[in-house]
Design a protein. Structure first.
Length: 266
């Protein structure tokens, strides 16, 4: 039981572990943009999450975080290959007693983003993003599943004079090496989300993101629902800094998480 609690804690706090590389941080919803042939983007993103649960006289506190490195490379003008690997940590306390305190590398992700349609006149574009989670983390400590896990995301973007809108629908098949983890977890996971970006100035964008995804815990029918608000500041044409706050809208989602990151293009 303790092991399973730790696994759930780690996966809840994880940014990229066993999940795809997402869109412009701090957004989780991806956009259809690609880097361009031969161009590179490097991202370094961090999340610091806090969660507290009170039930039957038991207080459970979770403090977790992750720093993730992601690399995007433009194979063509419309196709990118994207890789990401996270380093995560968490502590779990029950009524002041530490039940778990772990850190480690999570599962690596490899994806291909292909912008399949673009209409410059109306600003509408569509992309598909198949991917795979590779078991580079230690599943016994809660930093991975121990198995290859495929996924696919469908992406739509509309760009306008004042900003842009993005919508995602995604599916992933989570496979688990440990039989107990497999029995206690859902394997088929869905994600749906919507994001908006508003151009405040030439160098500053305000962003908002709302979404829902399947609860991995097979014993719960409440699926995590989140809301994100934040800012993206373009220091230069090739360097962005961002900050955001993620809030859980129901008990299945982590209460609060602080998001911060940077993206550099070459």
């Amino acid at each position: 039981m303790l092991k399973k609690i730790c696994l759930v804690t780690a996966s809840t706090a994880s940014l990229l572990s066993a999940t795809p590389v997402f869109g412009a941080h701090p957004l989780i919803t991806d956009d259809t943009g690609t880097q361009g042939k031969g161009k590179i983007q490097i991202e370094l993103n961090s999340e610091f999450a806090w969660n507290r649960t009170d039930a039957d006289g038991m207080e459970l506190k979770e403090n977790a975080g992750e720093t993730a490195l992601a690399l995007s490379y433009g194979l063509t003008e419309t196709i990118d290959i994207v890789t990401g690997i996270p380093f995560g940590w968490y502590t779990l306390e029950e009524n002041g007693t530490t039940l778990g305190d772990e850190s480690g590398i999570g599962d690596m992700s490899v994806e291909i983003k292909w912008r399949v349609y673009e209409n410059e006149e109306n600003g509408l574009s569509f992309a598909v993003k198949p991917g795979m989670s590779i078991p580079t983390g230690n599943e016994r400590k809660g930093f991975g599943s121990g198995e290859l896990s495929p996924g696919l995301t469908l992406i739509a973007t509309h760009e306008g004079d004042f900003g842009s809108l993005h919508a995602n629908v995604g599916y992933s098949r989570n496979n688990y090496k440990n039989e107990d983890d497999d029995a206690a977890s859902r394997n088929d996971l869905w994600h749906a989300s919507f994001a908006a970006e508003l151009n405040v100035t030439d160098n500053l964008r305000s962003v908002a993101n709302i979404g829902i995804e399947t609860n991995e815990d097979i014993t719960s029918d409440t699926h995590p629902l989140f809301l994100i608000g934040g800012l993206i500041c373009s220091i230069s044409e090739d360097l962005d800094l961002d900050i955001g706050l993620k809030c859980g809208l129901n008990e299945a989602e982590t209460d609060t998480a602080l998001l911060a990151g940077m993206a550099a293009r070459f």
